[in-house]
Ligand binder design. Structure first.
Ligand SMILES: O=C(O)C1=C[C@@H](OP(=O)(O)O)[C@@H](O)[C@H](O)C1
Ligand SMILES: C=C(OP(=O)(O)O)C(=O)O
Length: 643
């Protein structure tokens, strides 16, 4: 599986221009297609969900032309799709599936609508019931109440009243309202049960109005589409920035210092998720807002927990669940039952993944309660849910972590992680690589102490793996079993000691035999893979000095300082010889030199992460230098690089 390792982050600040709103984009596309006239749509969201809608419209015969930038020209078909028979694939886009179901059921024609497996588990029964009241011929192709659907030509009973349940998804009401002008008669929708996610209905009504249809309403209970309503292109439509996408950056500002400013959405927005800013303010964040921008910064006294009804911001509320990890006290998010029927069961997924990090989580049918704890590194599963991936990126302010399948963000925000990197600053790493006995261990440890950083002796991890394998009677060439040992290594780095399986290791990993073992197991790709995240997880606040052979090339490719530390083989052999003699061990200089040369050869020739000087690494040849001189040089470079 693909993954993305996020380093420990230390600060956030900057400006993000948001991608277009998903909810507005897909509504505008559908209404532009149903309208009379051509519509130019500017700043459309480019993502999986909007691609599903665009593909569907093309399949239905609608003229859809890409213009420069994120602009599109849609040639409206005046309520009658040219293609009368088609099969549509709508992925996991609720904003495409539900409204298209309604429009196609009332527009006549023979259509099959499918989605990804999860879409086939997301309910649509309440909408189908509503459409059947109007005479729509809709059948379930698999399970009753769920996609895929078959829509057949039918005689639509125009006019009158339709009842639709509003307590599972507001998209059913949205779908019906957007489709009703196709009947031409006065039609009234009565909402049964408490309508959820109300602000999304406001978006629907605002965009219908933009296309010339005024819906009359009695609160949230009854909506009437007047006779003779028809969609007319307003010419050009600008799509606002996505308010749900804004939530991650505002939270970053609130957690990581800030200010982080988002542009494209603000006080004048028609999206309910701008009210996420109020929730964040309740947690103590300092919020500023203009007509089409918002900014957040961390409070001096720290964030505090909240107890909130989140029914009005179901998507952005997920961001509060991970923000809660940085707030004092227990945060409760209530009235979020709809989370269970979205991209995944979001209450269960959120609880499971938060617990992996050490948080204390309680979940109920319609709430989640999060109590922060000391966070520990974990690999987070994202359940093909863009918001899981984006929400958990915030956790990097508490611990390094791995996000599995990060590309799922493509549903609404394909370049999310690039934007994340643009406004965050990771805890710095000084990566020191070099051949055996170059003195890199001593230099790295002293540089770490001088900077107040943590120290990672990555070679020790390979030596420990070799030792643990030997103790378990596993051959160093047995890739699969050695990798399993590496993955499960029970190791603890103390001040000047290492504990393996609870016991002090002492010099057992410093023998020549274990050097050879380390070199052998380090050549196995599966072993290196198993130790990858473990090593990255050492990069905590305020920073890390790591030494090894692939610190700068593989483990920390973005390290602000990379040093390639080396010395002539002869000098290295002499240093190693002296070390051994000082420890009272017997040694032979010629054998040591030969050994070193062989090891250099092996390390530089291996196919995975071979030892070499990275192009962006500084070369430090210590052949004629003392340790102090080498340390001083690295410190000078560090201070320059970490400024
Ligand atoms: O109409 C819309 O654009 C949306 C409505 C909400 O769904 P529910 O009404 O199912 O809560 C929201 O979660 C979804 O991301 C987009
Ligand atoms: C619920 C969501 O999507 P959909 O539009 O598919 O319902 C979402 O984006 O969080």
């Amino acid at each position: 599986m693909e993954f993305l390792d996020l380093s420990q982050q230390i600060s956030a600040g900057g400006t993000v221009r948001l991608p277009g709103s998903k909810s507005i984009s897909n509504r505008v596309l559908l209404l532009a297609a149903l309208a009379e006239g051509e519509t130019e749509v500017r700043d459309l969201l480019a993502s999986d969900d909007t691609e599903r809608m665009l593909d569907a419209l093309k399949t239905l015969g609608v003229g859809v032309d890409a213009l420069a930038g994120e602009s599109w020209r849609i040639k409206g078909c005046g309520g009658r799709f040219p293609v009368r028979q088609a099969e549509l694939f709508l992925g996991n886009a609720g904003t495409a599936f539900r409204p298209l179901t309604a429009a196609l059921a009332l527009a006549g024609g023979d259509y099959v609508l499918r989605g990804v497996a999860r879409m086939h588990e997301r309910p649509i029964g309440d909408l189908v019931d509503g459409l059947r009241q109007l005479g729509g011929n809709v059948t379930y192709l698999a399970n009753d109440g769920f996609p895929p659907l078959h829509l057949k030509p039918a005689t639509i009973r125009a006019g009158g009243t339709v009842q639709v349940r509003g307590d599972v998804s507001s998209q059913f009401l949205t779908g019906l309202l957007m489709a009703l002008p196709l009947t031409g008669e006065t039609a009234t929708v009565d909402v049964i049960g408490e309508l959820i996610s109300k602000p999304y209905i406001e978006i629907t009504l605002a965009i219908m109005a933009r296309f010339g249809v005024q819906v009359q309403r009695e609160g949230w209970q009854r909506f009437t589409v007047p006779a003779g309503s028809r969609y007319v292109s307003p010419g050009t439509v600008y799509v606002e920035g996505d308010a749900s996408s804004a939530s991650y950056f505002l939270a970053l500002g609130a957690i990581g210092g800030g200010p982080v400013r988002v542009e494209g959405v603000g006080r004048d927005s028609i999206q309910g998720d701008v009210r996420f800013a109020e929730a964040l303010a309740q947690m103590g964040a300092e919020i500023e807002m203009g007509p089409n921008w918002m900014a957040a910064r961390a409070p001096k006294s720290g964030l505090v927990a909240v107890d909130l009804d989140c029914n009005h911001i179901p998507d952005a509320a997920m961001t509060l669940a991970t923000t809660a990890l940085f707030a004092k006290g227990t945060t409760t998010l209530r009235n979020i039952a709809s989370w269970r029927v979205k991209e995944t069961d979001r209450i269960a997924a959120m609880a499971t993944e938060l617990r992996k990090l050490g948080a204390v989580v309680e979940e109920g049918e319609d709430f989640i309660r999060v109590t922060p704890a000391d966070l520990k590194p974990a690999a987070i599963d994202t359940y093909d849910d863009h918001r899981m991936a984006m929400c958990f990126s915030l956790v990097a302010f508490g611990t390094p972590l791995r996000i599995n399948d990060p590309k799922c963000v493509a549903k609404t925000f394909p370049d999310y992680f690039e934007r994340f990197a643009g406004v965050t600053q990771a805890a710095p790493v000084v990566a020191i690589d070099g051949p055996s006995a170059s003195g890199k261990g001593t230099v790295a440890a002293r540089v770490a102490a001088a900077l107040g950083f943590a120290y990672l002796d990555s070679g020790a991890l390979y030596r420990l793996t070799a030792l643990a394998a030997q103790r378990a009677g596993v051959d160093w060439a047995d890739e699969e079993r050695v990798a399993a040992i590496a993955a499960a290594l029970d190791v603890e780095f103390l001040e000047n000691e290492i504990r393996l399986d609870g016991q002090l290791v002492g010099d057992a990993i410093r023998t020549e035999a274990m050097s050879a073992g380390a070199s052998k197991v380090a050549a196995l790709p599966a072993v290196r893979e198993a130790l990858l995240f473990r090593q990255r997880a050492f990069n905590t606040k305020p920073g890390l000095v790591g030494d090894g052979r692939d610190m700068g090339s593989v483990i920390f490719p973005h390290a602000p300082l990379k040093v390639f530390l080396t010395a002539s083989a002869e000098v290295r052999a002499e240093r190693r010889y002296k070390q051994l003699i000082e420890k009272g061990l017997s040694a032979n200089l010629t054998d040591l030199l030969l050994d070193l040369q062989q090891r250099d050869e092996r390390d530089s020739q291996r196919s995975v992460a071979p030892l070499r000087q990275e192009r962006d690494a500084k070369l430090l040849d210590t052949t004629g230098l003392t340790i102090e001189q080498a340390v001083d040089q690295v410190l000078v470079w560090s201070r320059e690089a970490l400024k």
